[in-house]
Design a protein. Sequence first.
Length: 327
Amino acid sequence: MIRRIVVCLLTTALLSIAPLVEAQQLKKIPRIGFLSSTSPDAEKSRLAAFQQGLRELGYLEGQNILIEYRYAGGKFDWFPALAAELVRLKVDVLVATGAPASHAAKDTTKTIPIVMTNAADPVGTGLVASLARPGGNITGLSIQAEEMGGKRLELLKEAVPQTSRVTVLWNASDSGKASELHDTQVAAQTLGMTLHTAEVRGPDDFDNAFAAIARERPDALITFSDALTLNHQRQIVDFATQYRLPLISEVREFAEAGGLMTYGASLPALIRRAAYYVDRILKGSKPADLPVERPTKFELVLNLTTAKALGITMPPSLLLLADEVIQ
């Protein structure tokens, strides 16, 4: 009788403990906050790359890792609230795409580790102390965009040799793009080209910017890519098409939408690499001790359909360099 009573008591105790143990196990599943500068549609391919990177490291979303997604849709004033929401959820790591999202995350928390995925100038804009020793609670990947400005002008000149007057359409509220503009201006002087700028700071600025570009009548158009311009890529490409302007930008989406060419770091490759930082941090590494990496993969995408419509014959040298040719 005593033995049966003891067995019943132990069984009851184990049954009551089981839900607690299960709850504790659930709490141990790491939670990532993913703060995007763009929209779900615009982020689709890059997000898939990040999820693939996690899978390669053994993380299966919904099983041994959870991800909370927040999208600003190019509206930078949303970042503080979105970042604060992720912090309140007590995520273990906060992944931020682009400089504005990274700044918002850094301003919101000094304790939660932050992984930036494609900041244009993380040192110059104060995100990190240096690439080798980031310091603080943020690390990740630099898009190194400021060093690409000159290269894009060279490629544009190679594709359209008669180009002498170029306009840069850029988001002046994105501080990470200032150094990219400076690099492009220096390259323009070296190449003997005249460079004008058309600034946008929000969705309502594009009509005025397009009107200013139309008055200037440049030979070609450069668009710096960030959340704002990416969310308005269809308008930008349509404008370039209407005014028969060869358009070069950083990310392949512009060439896929009908721009002449794009050259820049592969964003999917950068964001896929961000999974490595998440893994290291979840295993105990501190962001301050993880050096910021620069991109290792660059893409040149040419749109021959657009070239034909503009009467441009792409030189064989560019065709050989291209990672992808859209026909």
